[in-house]
Design a binder for this molecule. Sequence first.
Ligand code: DGI
Ligand code: FE
Ligand code: FE
Ligand code: FE
Length: 187
Amino acid sequence: MNREEALLIVKEHLTEHRYIHTCGVMETAIHLAAKYGADLKKAEIAAIFHDYAKFRDKDEMKEIILSHHLGDELLEYNAELWHAPVGAYLVEKEVGIDDEEVLEAIRNHTSGKRKMTVLDKVVYLADYIEPNRQFPGVEEVREMAETSLDEALIASLRNTMTFLMKKNQAIHPDTFRFYNGLIFDRR
Ligand code: DGI
Ligand code: FE
Ligand code: FE
Ligand code: FE
């Protein structure tokens, strides 16, 4: 599937704002993939489809998570997390994408997990720093992304976890595992 076909498919499932975000993630993911050695084509496709399920009905997502065992504990946590594993499931089922590395990058793009591949990390970080994102601290992470993938991820996770804690929200254990793993792997 080429870029134009993929964008045409995903556009139907997104708002205008989310489509613009998706294009930003696509450009940024390709840039990071080239810089850090991930497959450019896989980064492009994973980025295009990463928010495919963002606007699905919550009950539909809940039903998919339960019936396909996408991680039942997920339902206890913020519903913001659900569109990532549900997206991976639906992109395979509805769009026919069967590349496990691409699906895995979509699956992990919100919570993260312990062992993230370079492709997973590239999509995760691109989602955070794409040019249309504006929140406190993002510029610093953008700059770090030019020199170290892992250091930029540590900074983005620090921001996200602090943001969630300030709102008295739970943090998914996979987010802690991702963060802890990056700290352990630091040389
Ligand atoms: O779908 P996007 O808005 O592009 O971005 P995303 O899929 O990375 O979702 C990020 C949102 O999820 C962000 O506002 C924080 C929220 N969130 C809620 N619980 C958690 C969480 N993010 C992480 N990493 N871990 C959580 O436990
Ligand atoms: Fe998302
Ligand atoms: Fe994200
Ligand atoms: Fe996104």
